[in-house]
Design a protein around this ligand. Sequence first.
Ligand SMILES: [Zn+2]
Ligand SMILES: [Zn+2]
Length: 174
Amino acid sequence: MRVTIVPIGRPDAASLRMLAEDLAEAGFNAATADREEAPARAYDPARRQYRADAVLDALRRHGGACVLGVTDFDLYLDGLNFVFGLAAGHGRVALISLARLGANADPGTARARALKEAVHELGHTIGLDHCDDARCVMYFSNCLVDTDHKTGRFCASCLARARHLALQPGAKTP
Ligand SMILES: [Zn+2]
Ligand SMILES: [Zn+2]
C-alpha cells in the first residue's frame, strides 16, 4: 500500500525518517512530502490543542492512495482529552501525533509507538475496526501502556480481513 507521509507543524526530522523506514519494513510503500502548517481553524487556544478531525480534513486535498499526517501537536476530539491519532474509516487519510509518544520512553520505545499508531490508523483507512486482541495493532490504546503492550502487527484475523477488504471492488490495492 502506498502511503504519503505529510509532516504537519514541526515534527522531529529523525522521528519522521525512522517512521518512514519502519513503515517500509512493515510492507508499506512510504514516501515523505513537504512539511506544512496545521490549519489555523483547527487550533483551540483554550485547550492549546488541535482538533484532530479538522487537521484530518485538511489532508484530503492531497492526492495519492493514502495520506498519513504526522504532527508534533497534541490532538483532541470532542469528548476526549486527547487522541494519539485519527483516520477516516474506509478512507484515504490518517493522522498521528508524536506529542505524547516520547513520555517515559527511551528512543527505541518512542519509535515503536509511532509505528504502532501509524499502522493502527492506516488499518482504519483499509476498513479495519478495533480488535479485542490486546497484542494486535488494531487494539484500541487508551494509554501508552496499551500501546507498549500491543505489537506493530495485525493479528491473524485482522490480517485476513485486511486481505479480504483489499479484494473488494473499489478497494485500494494493499
Ligand atoms: Zn483506532
Ligand atoms: Zn486483530
